[in-house]
Write a protein that binds this ligand. Sequence first.
Ligand code: SF4
Length: 389
Amino acid sequence: MLRPRSSNQETSTSVTNDMPFATAQSAPLHFFAADVSAFDGHVRQWGWPAFRAGQVRDWVYNKLISDPSAMTNLSKLDRQRLTERVIFDRSTIAARQESSDGTEKLLLTWPNGANAETVMIPDGPRNTACVSSQVGCPVGCKFCASGLNGVKGNLSADQIVEQIFRLNQLLQPSGRRITNIVFMGMGEPLANYANVMAAVRIIHDPQCFNIGARKITISTVGVPSRMRELAEEELPLNLAISLHAPTEKLRRQLIPWAEHFALDDILDAARYYFDKTGREITLEYILLSGVNDQPEHARQLAKLCKTLRANVNLIRYNEVQGLPFTRPRAEDVVRFQDALREAGVNAHVRKSRGRDISAACGQLRREQVKAAEETEAGALAGVALPVIA
Ligand code: SF4
């Protein structure tokens, strides 16, 4: 049932995690879903010496080896036991695209039918992973490929962590590693809060991928109760809000989900996040030609920015086949940025990456699903599940 939209009415239980795929963490043990203390506990239960857990983590997180038979500092018997008791990576790479600018995109599929796009974006010393949190997306932004077919389920914590593992394997031959994470792939991360936070803690742990909280960004369309919960996590994560419109009216036209959460409540929660964490909020703003990129929109956005400590990331739209939105001209983007800066707003234009590989989120998966539907009479098709209970 959809709850009526009103100030501060949605509760911490209003965004459900009870969706397909999220239950995939039951026995046997899924390595990427186990944090350090959980895996240490299992190792103790098995009667192994405590250091054995660290050895296994070293193979997986540092050497990127997930096949127990290759873990040569374990006895043959222990390798066999590990094979019997633990499931490591389970995804297969269904598609891989590489852009001329070095951006790489993978479509991963899991035995339970879940699939997700994950992207590696190199930028100087930085290698950013753009990870997915759900299969499809419930938010349904009118300009985005991910939301076109609704959401089919949550990704489990191990499926989220495994995206980083796969991207690190991709980078391994060049000696590089994922240094930054953005939850800006498919899905609304705050609608899959428990799994996303479990994954974040594993990714962040010095004994796992050891990626600092300040290098991890959670991007949300705005779920006030979850934003407040995130503020209490005692992790200085970056919070980005996908704003895309400076007024409630235009926002609702572009983002169907926006009708469930008032913009004022989202901004209140953003202020709370800043007060609790000291982390400045990022407002993501995709510029759509003739839709939200006019001088009046820049003025409205500047006014909104005066009400909170935020910087603005302007993103020049990447067209999606079949959708009616177009990419603004470069000079219009500069004009919009200048108007914000003249009004005292810290505004940046994000570089377009991977344009030649359909890098806008959801496009690769959509192409694959479409192909599967054409050949298998919709074997991968699903229904949009309710997100708000
Ligand atoms: Fe979902 Fe983000 Fe796409 Fe909107 S832009 S439908 S929030 S994945």
